[in-house]
Design a protein around this ligand. Sequence first.
Ligand SMILES: Cc1cc2nc3c(=O)[nH]c(=O)nc-3n(C[C@H](O)[C@H](O)[C@H](O)COP(=O)(O)OP(=O)(O)OC[C@H]3O[C@@H](n4cnc5c(N)ncnc54)[C@H](O)[C@@H]3O)c2cc1C
Length: 270
Amino acid sequence: MKPVAFDYARPATVAAAVELLASANGSAKVIAGGQSLGPMLNLRLAQPGLLVDIRRIPGLNEVKSAPGGYLVGSCVTHAAIEDGEIPDFTRGFMRKVAAGIAYRAVRNRGTIGGSVCHADPAADWLTALTLLSAVAVIEGPGGRREMLMTEFVTGPFETRLEPGELLLGMRVPALSARSRWSYRKIQRKPGEFGEAIGAMLRDDDSGICRAVIGAASGPPRVIEDAGFLAGEWDRRRVHAALEEAGVADDAYRARLHGAALRRAAAELAA
Ligand SMILES: Cc1cc2nc3c(=O)[nH]c(=O)nc-3n(C[C@H](O)[C@H](O)[C@H](O)COP(=O)(O)OP(=O)(O)OC[C@H]3O[C@@H](n4cnc5c(N)ncnc54)[C@H](O)[C@@H]3O)c2cc1C
């Protein structure tokens, strides 16, 4: 199938992009890397009247220092992160995550912002940025607003972005020198979305011991007090966490997610 006919614009500034999006009465869509939107256009799952291409807007491809960490522009590609073209303020974590997304051709074009806005529950950045307590920075006709990843993603393929709004980037806290992380993705073969993701972050300086269950039914599930995963495997508490993530009903999925979490806990302890 082919996409429906649409207009195409390549604004030079964020303000011009917001104006175009806002004036289209909800019929415009942002295009970044096109790795998710492209197939949706071809299948006519998306039928926009206007595509607003944001890839050449200066600043959106950059990473700038921000209070407590860095602002990663929404058009930074998975490949740029994988290749270490951005400062390593997460002690190798973002680099590892980026390298495990899809395959190189997709990583060359796919962007961190596109991934977050598409909000596929299985997307790696959803889990990774939730683990890091990243903040979405949004620009729209009403000005700028910010919200935690846990608020930004509301359901499968659903976010709090309003028509006319654009994700400028993700503000990601820098990890301290004593922090440790683990990230385990269970997938049928390399290059595919994960069927289950377990991720953990421990920072003794700030007292954080957090785990995230990703690739679940909806937004990633955060376990803030995840210290119990480090000790003897507590089936009851793990099952309760899987229930909250909405993956406990199906025995196969529950086992996969339990295994991802267990591997993440073991990797963190190693
Ligand atoms: C074969 C294949 C395998 C894949 N495997 C994985 C995988 O293992 N893990 C994984 O995480 N992902 C995977 N992906 C998805 C990939 O990471 C995409 O790059 C990503 O989901 C979308 O990024 P994009 O820049 O291409 O966004 P686009 O396709 O351009 O846009 C996606 C959506 O986000 C919106 N959007 C984009 N940017 C903005 C913005 N700044 N502000 C507001 N809205 C915006 C668009 O309007 C659209 O609705 C895979 C994709 C393919 C094709």
